[in-house]
Design a protein around this ligand. Structure first.
Ligand code: COA
Length: 419
């Protein structure tokens, strides 16, 4: 598809930050006070920021921005411990005066072309609304658990956890950026983005009045083992009063940990602030050891949340970048109207952990659409589950089982980065 009539694609730099903010504040319905208006200059990777401009007076004032998007340059963990160059789609917004004319569709084409041109074999995003991106081949690659924990949640004792040191401060890029990065760099689950550049750190620590909704400034809790940081959490408390006294709420925005003991200590601290009766914390995987140590799991009000939506942009590069848990030899037909380079049948031969992926003219054993391939890529959703949901078709007995076993992952994939 081409850019809709009356518009043109443009690259933009930080001199147009206020125009980007104008589009996104209309798209996402927020207002930023004057003092905070330059925050996008630090957050956006400007060499990867694109827009659609009005090119014809029939659409508005020529040269004004109608739509924007950007992408972060990520390295993402995949099964087997390797990293894959990944394009993290972000700040997608179409001004309400220009919506439903195909501008998002054109920006997605632009994003795919440019990401592929940079050698990024997959794209990921966190969805504002879940329906938007499925039509573009993004599948749900990681889901996680949110918990609503009561004051001093009952946890079974964890040997050694109480000896870990905790430090609490107001979050700040200069004081805490490197500490957060050090812990993040040790994340191993598939889906984790482990190397954060300065844009990502600025984005993670962004603390606008407009987002606080009456809560305090952004705070950080850091857990240390001696001098070594082993976990951190960004959180905000909001004081409230109920009929029986204080009824505040702690919201954990993001967290990372390097060990079950560090997670244990972090959760103990985050659920034990004076005047707070509830702590909301998400990004727990179903296999997180903490879940086994909560005495009243029902009282933790578990809720499953979607996290990473993933789009395979380059089938052979993406599939050869990850490891495989079992051998397989399967001809996989992929339907992908938007990226014809992926469309067709691919033979996946996995042996001793690695796979070769080559085009084949032989009949397909299994057929899958781009969206479902994205869902299965990190090993969080199995081909067997997709088959049971009638989302993949099997043409040879046991071919789905073989793919399922090969794509399986020992640990649940997860993301902890909202971008
Ligand atoms: C969501 C948004 C980007 C869509 O932009 P747009 O230019 O109107 O979208 P397009 O006209 O290119 O629509 C492309 C397709 O997506 C569909 N679509 C668009 N927004 C949708 C939504 N919110 N829910 C479901 N489908 C949606 C359209 O119906 C269209 O479908 P079709 O191609 O099958 O006909 C825009 O409305 C917006 O900025 N919304 C607020 C901010 C936001 O949610 N951004 C996404 C952040 S993750």
């Amino acid at each position: 598809m081409s850019t809709p009539d009356g518009y043109r694609r443009v690259s933009i730099d930080s001199s147009r930050a206020s125009e980007v903010l104008h589009v996104d504040s209309f798209a996402f319905a927020f207002t930023v006070p004057d003092k905070d208006r330059d925050f996008l200059t630090q957050i956006l990777p400007w060499e990867r920021t694109r827009a659609i401009e009005v090119a014809d007076a029939s659409r508005g004032t020529v040269g004004t921005l109608a739509a924007v998007h950007a992408s972060f340059e990520f390295g993402m963990q995949v099964p087997g411990g390797h990293q894959i160059p990944t394009s993290g789609l972000t700040w997608v917004g179409v001004h309400p005066g220009h919506r439903r004319r195909g501008l998002l569709r054109d920006m997605i084409d632009d994003h795919f072309e440019r990401s592929l041109g940079r050698g990024e074999a997959v794209s990921i995003l966190i969805a504002a609304e879940t329906e938007i991106y499925q039509r573009f081949g993004y599948g749900l690659a990681t889901s996680d658990i949110q918990m609503e924990l009561g004051r001093s949640v009952g946890l079974r004792d964890f040997p050694g956890a109480d000896a870990l040191i905790v430090e609490i401060d107001t979050a700040n890029v200069d004081r805490h950026g490197d500490t957060m990065r050090a812990v993040q760099a040790r994340q191993t689950r598939p889906g984790m983005v482990t190397q954060w550049d300065s844009h990502t750190v600025a984005d993670v620590l962004m603390d606008l009045d407009a987002d606080r909704d009456g809560a305090e400034e952004l705070r950080i809790a850091i857990v240390r083992d001696g001098d070594e940081p082993v976990a951190w959490a960004l959180f905000q408390r909001k004081l409230g009063w109920g009929s029986s006294g204080p009824d505040g709420r702690t919201r954990v925005r993001m967290w990372a940990s390097t060990s079950p003991a560090a997670t244990h200590r972090l959760v103990k601290v985050l659920t034990d602030f004076d005047l707070m009766s509830t702590t909301v914390m998400r990004n727990f995987t179903a296999d997180d050891p903490l879940l086994l140590r909560i005495k009243d799991i029902r009282g933790a009000k578990l809720a499953v949340r979607d996290m990473i939506w993933l789009r395979v942009l380059d089938v052979p590069a993406a599939l050869q970048a990850r490891s495989y848990a079992a051998d397989c030899d399967v001809a996989l037909a992929i339907t992908d109207k938007q990226l014809p380079g992926n469309e067709g049948t691919w033979r996946i031969r996995a042996s001793e952990g690695t796979a070769t992926v080559t085009r084949t003219d032989e009949p397909a054993d299994v057929t899958v659409a781009a969206q479902e391939l994205g869902a299965a890529y990190l090993g969080g959703t199995t081909f067997a589950q997709l088959h049971a949901a009638a989302l993949v078709s099997e043409h040879r007995p046991d071919a789905v089982r073989d793919l399922s076993r090969a794509f399986a992952c020992e640990v649940a994939p997860a993301g902890n980065l909202f971008f």
